[in-house]
Ligand binder design. Structure first.
Ligand code: G
Ligand code: G
Ligand code: MN
Ligand code: NA
Length: 250
């Protein structure tokens, strides 16, 4: 397939970029970190969104070298940020299945000098469907390194509350579809409120994704949501703009 062939060449041709979307802490009213998101600048086709190539990368196994490249880039960049800022990196299930992910993460932290507690790894529920001992062992090894593990897109896919008891998450990210409809749909509102309360009981940080309006932010604050991410707070942008803290810029 063309996309596969082009993806194979893209790493060597330096066509990928990592952009960063800020995450804000509603308690301290300040940025707590950023999520790293890959971008592909194809020489002919221009910008290609991750939605169009991540699945191909997963099917072909290319996600292993590409994901490792993103991880290294993100840790290198974050090592230059103020030490209060963390970086979150998305991991695909294939990176757990086809590579020694804990070994890779340990190596990259050592190489870049980023303290482990400033790295967060985002995984999705799909990793936990085949809820094997091997996945659990790898997650625990990552946790033992001192990195945080976040459950991404919570509430979509095959959510099971039992995952929250079996795996050592430090954060749950509420999927943006719940946030989008929260202010007008009472059922969505109840779900968001309940997930936030659950996070409190489990001592897990809750992040609301896709926050776009002040109304949504106000409601989340009222429910006691700790962290927010979304266009209201910032778009995914090149590293340079995030390298300077907002307070001291200018
Ligand atoms: O902005 P956005 O279009 O960046 O991202 C779309 C989807 O692609 C999201 O679900 C996001 O988690 C995923 N994604 C973005 N960057 C990466 C990455 O580096 N690795 C993996 N596995 N997924 C990514
Ligand atoms: O699945 P994951 O959370 O990793 O995906 C992040 C994706 O969400 C990226 O594609 C990013 O561009 C997108 N995103 C981030 N903030 C917002 C937002 O406020 N609204 C919408 N519609 N998308 C957002
Ligand atoms: Mn994510
Ligand atoms: Na998400």
């Amino acid at each position: 397939r063309t996309v596969e062939h082009e993806l194979r060449l893209a790493l060597g041709r330096e066509e990928f970029e990592v952009v960063y979307q800020p995450q804000y802490d509603l308690t301290s009213e300040s940025q707590s970190g950023s999520e790293a998101l890959i971008r592909w600048h194809h020489p002919v086709h221009g910008k290609i969104a991750p939605g169009h190539f991540i699945s191909v990368a997963e099917e072909t196994g290319l996600i292993v070298p590409i994901g490792e490249w993103v991880l290294r880039r993100a840790c290198m960049d974050a090592a230059t940020w103020p030490e209060t800022l963390s970086v979150a990196v998305n991991l695909s299930p294939a990176q757990f299945r086809d590579s020694d992910i804990a070994e890779t993460v340990a190596e990259v932290l050592k190489e870049t000098g980023l303290p482990a507690n400033r790295l967060e790894l985002e995984i999705t529920e799909s990793l936990l469907i085949n809820d094997t001992e091997e996945v659990l062992t790898k997650l625990n090894r990552l946790r033992d390194l001192g990195v945080a593990i976040a459950m991404d897109d919570f509430g979509t896919g095959y959510s099971s509350l039992s995952y929250l008891a079996r795996f050592p998450f430090s954060k749950i990210k509420i999927d943006r579809q719940f946030i989008r409809n929260m202010t007008r749909d009472p059922a969505m509102r109840a779900i968001v409120k309940t997930i936030i309360a659950l996070g409190k009981s489990l001592d897990v940080t809750i992040t609301a994704e896709g926050v776009e309006t002040p109304e949504q932010a106000e409601m989340l604050r009222k429910f006691g949501c700790r962290q927010v991410q979304g266009f209201l707070y910032g778009y995914p942008e090149a590293a340079q703009t995030n390298a300077q803290p907002k307070e001291t810029a200018d």
